[in-house]
Design a protein around this ligand. Structure first.
Ligand SMILES: Cc1cc2nc3c(=O)[nH]c(=O)nc-3n(C[C@H](O)[C@H](O)[C@H](O)COP(=O)(O)O)c2cc1C
Length: 163
C-alpha cells in the first residue's frame, strides 16, 4: 500500500485505451466502501464514458480540459443537505484514486465542490437538484512520465502531542 500511495501521481495526459468493466467496478467499489460520517453513505457516482458527454464535461470545466483525452471520468455527488458531504465524498474519491493506482490506472482529481462549473455539470448529467458535485475523477492509462511534485517533509507536517 505504501508503494501504491507513493507512486500515485496526478496525470493529465492519457492513452486512448479503455478501462475494463472489471477494473472500473473495483474502483467504484473502493469508493462505496469508504468511511462516511454516521455511515450515511450519501454519495452517488456518475460514470461518464460517453464521448459526447466527456467532451461536454471538459468544455465546462476550465481546470479539467484534459477530461476529453481520458476514457472515463467519475463525477462524485453528495446530498446537499448533509454537512459531511464534502468530507465523505472526498474520502470516497481518495479511495477510488488509490484503488486505480493499485490497478496501474492513472487519475487526476479535478475540483468540483462549489466551483463555477458545479451546477452546469449536475444539469449535464441529469443529477437531481438535491445533490451537489464534489469531485471529478479523471481515469485512464498514463501517456506521461509525471515526476513527484515538491511535497512537504514528514518532519515539517508532523507534530507530536502539541503543535
Ligand atoms: C481537492 C482537489 C482539487 C483538485 N483540482 C484539480 C483541478 O481542478 N485540476 C487539476 O488539474 N488538478 C487538480 N487537483 C490535483 C492537484 O493539482 C494535485 O493533487 C497536486 O498538484 C499534487 O500532485 P500529485 O497528485 O501528483 O501528488 C486537485 C486535487 C485535489 C485534492
Amino acid at each position: 500500500m505504501y508503494e501504491i500511495i507513493k507512486r500515485r501521481r496526478s496525470v493529465r495526459v492519457f492513452l486512448p485505451n479503455a478501462i475494463s468493466r472489471e477494473d472500473l467496478n473495483k474502483i467504484l467499489d473502493a469508493g462505496r466502501l469508504a468511511p462516511s460520517a454516521n455511515n450515511l453513505q450519501q454519495w452517488e457516482f456518475v460514470v461518464v464514458d460517453d464521448k459526447d458527454l466527456r467532451l461536454a464535461l471538459s468544455d465546462l470545466c476550465q481546470w479539467g480540459r484534459f477530461i476529453k483525452t481520458a476514457p472515463v471520468t467519475i463525477a462524485v455527488f453528495g446530498d446537499r443537505q448533509n454537512s459531511s458531504t464534502p468530507l465523505d465524498c472526498a474520502a470516497a474519491t481518495e479511495n477510488m484514486i488509490i484503488m486505480a493506482s493499485a490497478l496501474n490506472i492513472a487519475s487526476c482529481w479535478v475540483a468540483g465542490y462549489r466551483k463555477p462549473h458545479s451546477e452546469s455539470i449536475r444539469k449535464l448529467l441529469s443529477v437531481p437538484r438535491n445533490y451537489e458535485l464534489v469531485s471529478l475523477i479523471v481515469l485512464g492509462y498514463s501517456d506521461a512520465d509525471v515526476k513527484m511534485p515538491d511535497k512537504r517533509s514528514l518532519e515539517s507536517v508532523t507534530h507530536f502531542n502539541k503543535f
